[in-house]
Design a protein around this ligand. Structure first.
Ligand SMILES: Cc1cc2nc3c(=O)[nH]c(=O)nc-3n(C[C@H](O)[C@H](O)[C@H](O)COP(=O)(O)OP(=O)(O)OC[C@H]3O[C@@H](n4cnc5c(N)ncnc54)[C@H](O)[C@@H]3O)c2cc1C
Length: 306
């Protein structure tokens, strides 16, 4: 119920204006966000890399509804790619297609993402991950990723699958067949029971099932979770099936379970941290609050202390 309210508020314009205008909220959000500027995110990635942890930079923003703003978002991502190359970071980028025009047209989105992918390729095939957003975009996002891979021949692009959606097993089968890299996560949006498992234990069980599908037949899957049960299930499967550590990676979000990030990296697993930055942090921040009541408590305590 609380989760549903927070996810609803994540897309509420009035709440957006209130939260964005209060400096204290901004300070709270910075627990999950590397900073508002690219330079701050670069410093965070540099520190992660020094600990043997890779990263993926996310320039925050989504649901952009005018074409000029999509051009700006494209330029911002190209700037991130150039910073990755010039600082020699072990880092890719994560992009949301609604930031590049998915609410306007597929053609505009493809034009923008191709500019990003071309620059990423020129700079040494930097990896570009297409994040997965709410279920109304799933089919179009996957179709665009297949098109980028098969029609335009980009090898430096992959996407994300959410275990709460019923359709995900079939999507993974098709992505595996096309050798497209998949990041598996549980899913962070407000979805109805028509498309998604209404109960968490079912989407958790599906996460384990889909992780097996990816680890046995997928190409370098990324297991994105902070859940000790999911991580344990992956490690059990990998051990039982003698899957080499080099064939997959774990992923976590910036600011969440840092000890575990470092532990997995020092145990010899590939670990990548998703590093968001930028001024448009509101919906991302609200999704992080919705995921964990303890985060909300931390937030309210901060408000009370002023
Ligand atoms: C790298 C990465 C990329 C992602 N990309 C996408 C995307 O493209 N699309 C999308 O919809 N979602 C994305 N997500 C979000 C994801 O879908 C989940 O909403 C989010 O990861 C929370 O699920 P969880 O697996 O961590 O476990 P949860 O079910 O939220 O939590 C399970 C357990 O994990 C532990 N845990 C969780 N959070 C914390 C915390 N803050 N501190 C300590 N322990 C904690 C606790 O033990 C908790 O009981 C991404 C997540 C990651 C890590």
């Amino acid at each position: 119920m609380l989760r549903g309210i927070l996810l609803y508020l994540a897309h509420n314009q009035a709440m957006y204006k209130i939260v964005m205008s209060v400096a204290l909220f901004r300070r709270m959000a910075l627990r999950f966000v590397a900073g508002e500027r690219l330079e701050e995110a670069v410093e965070v990635v540099r520190a992660l890399n020094a600990k043997g942890i890779a990263a993926s930079l996310d320039h925050l923003g989504e649901n952009v509804s005018d074409a000029a703003a999509t051009t700006k978002a494209t330029a911002d991502y190209i700037a991130a790619l150039e910073a990755i190359a010039s600082h020699k970071l072990h880092c890719g980028i994560s992009v949301k297609l609604t930031q590049l025009g998915l609410d306007i047209s597929d053609e505009l989105t493809i034009e923008n993402i191709r500019k990003v992918l071309d620059r990423a390729r020129e700079l040494g095939n930097i990896y570009v991950r297409i994040d997965m957003e709410a279920s109304q975009y799933t089919a179009r996002t996957i179709k665009i990723v297949h098109c980028l891979r098969e029609q335009y021949g980009y090898t430096n692009v992959g996407t994300v699958i959410q275990s709460y959606l019923y359709r995900s097993e079939a999507d993974i089968e098709a992505l595996n067949a096309s050798h497209i890299h998949v990041r598996l996560c549980k899913g962070a949006y407000r979805e109805g029971s028509r498309v998604a498992f209404p109960f968490k234990p079912d989407s958790d069980a599906n996460y384990v099932h889909l992780s097996h599908q990816l680890l046995s037949k997928g190409e370098y899957p990324s297991l994105a979770t902070h859940d000790p049960k999911m991580i344990g299930a992956v490690l059990d499967y990998v051990g039982a099936n003698e899957i080499d550590h080099s064939r997959f990676e774990f992923q976590m979000l910036y600011g969440i379970r840092r000890d575990e990030q470092e532990r997995l990296a020092s145990d010899g697993y590939n670990m990548r941290v998703y590093v968001p930055y930028g001024v448009d942090w509101y919906p991302y921040f609200m999704r992080r609050l919705a995921e964990r009541p303890a985060n909300l408590l931390f937030f309210v305590t901060g408000l009370v202390k002023g």
